[in-house]
Design a protein around this ligand. Sequence first.
Ligand SMILES: [Zn+2]
Length: 416
Amino acid sequence: MNWVALVVCLLILARWAAEVWLSNLNRRHVLAHADAVPAAFRGIVDEPTYKKSVAYTLAKARFGNIEETYGVIVLMVILFSGVLPFAFHFFAHHHGTSAWTMAAFLFTVGFAMSLPGLPLDWYAQFRLEEKFGFNTSTQKTWWLDRVKGLLLAIMLGYPLLVLILKIVEWTGAAWWLWAWGAMLVFQSLMLVLAPVLIMPLFNKFTPLPEGSLRDRLLNLAQRTSFVANSIQVMDGSKRSRHSNAFFTGFGKFRKIVLFDTLISQLSEPELEAVLAHEIGHFKKKHIPKMLVFSAFSSLAGFYVVSVLAKQHWFYGAFGFETTTTIAPVLLLFTLLSGVVMFWFSPLAHWWSRRYEYEADAFAAGVMNEPQSLIGALRKLNEKNLSNLTPHPLYSGFYYSHPTLVEREAALTRQTT
Ligand SMILES: [Zn+2]
């Protein structure tokens, strides 16, 4: 084994070890608080719900460790068994290294790599989630989702791959800049088209019926001068009892979307507070800031691919010999970027949590009181059986949202 392969192996194992260590740290922390409802939650969560949330957290952690270990084995086999250069030669030998063929190579490998995870995904939905009463999906819905996803990937992902590989042929040394530009255009199109063309393939959207809730939410939108063309209810209950709210689209196409599960779980003032929180994200310009950040990350990604594509020590370590196409390097980059980026995820999550606090503060401000939002957060934590006692290192590393205690504390601080 040469040194590049060795370093990559170590990086993969380091991430695995960190994840398992964090998970066990968290498990011990949860178990240490499992005997009785912690003081901070007495009167908020009852004993049976608390016990159930502990059991759910532990079951997910156990499953997560299995999933992680299995993923590492699959990745190692794919990287070091020689199957990738074999597949590459198969395509190149029969059809050459044109953009169309190489995109087909990448697409086929990507599809094949999604298969080993399928049984675990199935288990998570129909055994784990089912056991805790969250699953509402039928087998048919679940399999149809996979088929639709695959068809979308063929119709959108494949042409995008062809375009990027064509750009490499057309534009020469600065291809990474052009490819990045093409990617940005594609992503912007998706942001506009997805709510109209893609999301309706998976869910039904119906306008929120007229009545007190609708009046209340429209009044909030007006009060915060948030332009939205409609408030829609999504049939999230088709798949799961977990709940959510979000908005999609731009300008006059903007739609506020509430899960039907959310509407059935929360009172009207609580729903208003949740929407106010979402509007807070918008008013504080969190979405464009995230988009700009992700655009710069993908620019860096393309640049790194363009540099690695010239390094024989890199792709040679995985059995690739060619320099006539960037396809193998693009593939290796996709497979490996995660083992490096993993270590930056606490930073990204810390940033995301800061935005959550800002959106909470905005919501409490326009509601003139923090109680509705606090009520909503308590109910959502309870209904989703969230882990109420994560280890601080664990939540610091993984959580995109602050914990219930942290959010309540910030909201209460703000108003006293
Ligand atoms: Zn939020």
